[in-house]
Design a protein around this ligand. Structure first.
Ligand code: THG
Length: 371
């Protein structure tokens, strides 16, 4: 018998846990000390369904770190090297959080509620403790907390249609990475056009547990003719789309420059950020790149001229492109002037083509195959 996870209060169930179970979740991973579904039907069936229809995802693991008080902006800016001085209320920003050496702490979405109230919608690391420590150490006038908020993502090409049936036509006006407070059954909830897929969609920041399970049921009722299904962040879709996963593709030992996040570092801005000095001086010697293999082959070590030059951090077989796709952290010394590297697999050395992230399949002349 396969081992099972013992569920206890520490793993914090969500308003959608019952729904996820009833819809036949097949596997979970652990994320921010909670359970994140990873498969419902099969990874591949979930993938095609996400690309063609609409899915409802329990992404409550994306915990909100709330920063409230007169120094809220100062603390947020201290934590990220991305200039947020021009942020507007309701705007969302993908931000690297970095320490004083420029090393990554997390890569959340920062959401501005008001000048004095911000949320960080975090990936998998303990941002709450880091923020509390910085607030105390820098004597900032803020309260740092984790509110009872459970994000629910509605993703896929039919997501907008389904959302209008529940929240009304005005959801169509929400632009990418913008949010609005919307009324659901008498309660205001933040609704953003965002989500960890490139199939389009929204995230509802559910702030009432009872309304959360009501919303879950309503989405399935009103989306029946749209072929709505249960889903979760899908490893095939997110690698094809170039979405990076903290803890997998990048971690505490990497800088934003090494992880293709340089566009979110405001090197020249006059900001009071903990990491900005270190990042200004930073010299990268390696970089996260995409790899494309012609066969399904899961290796980890990458070599060039018989020498290891780095490691694969995430990979998947793409059923659409019929290629093995990977993200690998590779030394410049091994990739400079090269178009290919070798991956050590159980089947021996396999040639892999180097590709920038996100994968540009047209430029790579890789044909999409329908289902
Ligand atoms: N939604 C919410 N919280 C989250 C995630 C999310 N917390 C954890 C994790 N995901 C944070 N990481 C990311 C990574 C990428 C994106 C969002 C969150 C993303 N990136 C777009 C891109 O790369 O094209 C756009 C970024 C931009 O240019 O602003 O969407 O998914 N609530």
């Amino acid at each position: 018998m396969a081992a099972e996870i013992s569920i206890s209060r520490r793993l914090r169930s969500t308003p959608f846990t019952q729904g996820v179970t009833d819809h036949g979740v097949k596997s979970y991973t652990v994320y921010n000390n909670m359970l994140l579904p990873t498969v419902f039907r099969s990874l591949e069936e979930d993938y095609w369904h996400l690309c063609e229809h609409v899915q409802v995802w329990d992404v409550s693991v994306e915990r909100q770190v709330e920063i409230n008080g007169p120094d809220a902006f100062n603390l947020i800016q201290l934590m990220t090297p991305r200039d947020l001085s021009k942020a507007q209320v309701g705007q969302c920003f993908y931000v690297p959080l970095c320490d004083e050496d420029g090393l990554l702490i997390n890569d959340p979405i920062a959401i501005k509620h008001s000048d004095n109230l911000w949320w960080l919608s975090i990936a998998d690391s303990d941002v709450l403790l880091w923020a509390k420590g910085l607030a105390t150490g820098f004597c900032l006038d803020v309260k740092v907390s984790e509110p009872d908020v459970w994000p629910l993502a509605i993703q896929g090409p039919k997501a907008e249609e389904l959302m209008t049936r529940v929240f009304g036509e005005s959801v169509r006006d929400i632009r990418f990475f913008r949010s609005e407070m919307m009324n659901y059954s008498g309660t205001e909830m933040l609704v953003a056009r965002s989500g960890w897929s490139k199939q389009g969609g929204f995230e509802v920041y559910v702030n009432d547990a009872a309304l959360g399970s009501q919303l879950w049921d309503e989405l399935f009722e009103k989306g029946a003719d749209l072929n709505v299904g249960p889903g979760c962040p899908n490893n095939i879709e997110r690698i094809e789309s170039g979405l990076m996963s903290f803890g997998n593709d990048m971690d505490f030992k990497d800088t934003p420059y090494e992880c293709d996040l340089e566009k979110y570092v405001s090197v020249d801005a006059d900001i009071k950020s903990l990491s900005i000095e270190a990042l200004r001086k930073h010299n990268s010697t390696r970089e996260l790149v995409g790899l494309v293999l012609d066969q399904e082959a899961t290796g980890l070590t990458v070599i060039q001229n018989d020498m290891p030059i780095g490691e694969i951090r995430s990979q998947t077989w793409s059923p659409k492109y019929k290629k093995q796709l990977a993200f690998a952290m590779l030394d410049f010394a091994g990739t400079e002037g090269q178009t290919h590297v070798l991956v050590c697999t159980d089947d021996g050395l396999v040639k892999a083509r180097i590709a920038p992230i996100p994968f540009d399949f047209d430029a790579l002349e890789i044909t999409a195959h329908p289902k």
